[in-house]
Design a protein around this ligand. Structure first.
Ligand SMILES: C[S@@+](CC[C@H](N)C(=O)[O-])C[C@H]1O[C@@H](n2cnc3c(N)ncnc32)[C@H](O)[C@@H]1O
Length: 318
């Protein structure tokens, strides 16, 4: 596996160094990997973003109501109902419109995965790693509360946040389970669509202590968990069904390498998508990947946080 190449040795060399040197080294280590992928590290300042819940109100009306409170919004061109908050005197989570579920606070890149599904109305959808529920609400919104969403998460506290979010936004087509997505075949169901917004190592754009906290071992541990969830998801997906796989990690082990493994082992194919972000690379750290990996999208932090997204289809062939 690619993550067991020279990368491991680099991380080990730094292991015995004093902590402060190791922190610098870990940052250098990750930043130099980004450079190898063609991206030069820079700091980013993200603006808050919202998404209008069109199942509860007309988009133009919500925008007008928020503007009447003095909130300045800019439409995000690559999203359906997403706006950047360019100015607000108070928290956008403190309006009556927010409490009525007319909009959600949702980072711009995090609004991309759900819009990649084709036709969601009346479908049976698994949200495999759902809490705190930003994307579950977005799914329900695009489904206009039709069909059914099964939402899973392993963290009970986060499930409370998810349930509150569903209630506030008046979502009525979702059942929430405290369940490990690696055991989701116990549901005895087959799904038309699966959102796998995978637990991941995150990225520095949304966590200023990221470089201090993360090591290559975290990345490897997450990559393994993601593969296990991918494998279980492939089992319970209907033929021709769709998985949208997403992470907010910049590390190839959690993204391109995992998807290369998935299409070689799980009877899945990558479907072309048309969305914000750049084509993923097919040769990373000297490892040649399947050419269809270029149909995945890698989003480097700049206008949004860092993200990776792709759409997988289950072939009928086997
Ligand atoms: C990236 S977050 C999901 C964010 C969510 N989709 C949203 O849009 O609000 C990943 C979630 O996966 C959950 N998780 C971790 N391991 C899991 C597992 N084995 N099965 C299901 N969920 C898991 C975490 O508790 C976390 O809430």
């Amino acid at each position: 596996m690619a993550c067991e190449g020279p990368v491991k040795e680099t991380a080990l060399v730094f292991y015995w160094q004093p902590a402060y040197l190791r922190l610098m080294s870990d940052k250098k280590f990750f930043v130099s990997r980004y450079e190898k992928l063609g991206w030069k590290y820079r700091n980013v300042n993200l603006k808050q973003a919202i998404r209008i819940n069109t199942m509860n109100s007309k988009e133009a009306e919500v925008v007008k109501r928020l503007q009447s409170h003095g909130i300045k919004l800019d439409k995000i061109p690559f999203l359906q109902s997403g706006y950047r908050v360019s100015w607000s005197e108070f928290s956008v989570g403190a309006t009556s419109e927010y409490l009525m579920g007319l909009y959600s606070i949702q980072e711009a890149a995090a609004q991309i995965p759900v819009i990649l599904f084709t036709e969601l109305t009346d479908k049976t959808v698994l949200d495999a790693c759902a809490a705190p529920g930003g994307k579950t609400v977005q799914l329900a919104d695009l489904m206009q509360n039709t069909g059914a969403i099964i939402a899973l998460d392993t963290k009970k506290q986060r499930l409370t946040a998810l349930s509150n979010h569903l209630e506030r936004c008046r979502v009525s087509n979702t059942i929430v389970y405290h369940m490990d997505a690696r055991r989701s075949s116990r549901l005895n169901m087959k799904f038309d669509k699966i959102l796998l917004d995978a637990p991941c190592s995150g990225n520095f754009a949304t966590d200023k202590h990221w470089f201090r906290k993360r090591t290559i071992n975290d990345v490897k541990r997450n990559a393994k968990l993601q593969k296990e969830i991918l494998a279980e998801s492939a089992k319970i997906l209907k033929d021709n069904g769709e998985i949208v796989y997403a992470t907010c990690s910049l590390e190839p082990e959690e993204n391109e390498f995992n998807i290369d493994w998935a299409i070689k082992n799980l009877n899945l194919q990558i479907e072309k998508i048309d969305c914000y972000g750049e084509k993923a690379q097919t040769n990373i750290f000297g490892k040649q990947l399947d050419s269809s990996i270029e149909n995945c999208r890698r989003i480097w932090p700049q206008k949004t946080q860092g993200f990776f997204v792709c759409k997988l289809i289950k072939c009928e062939c086997k």
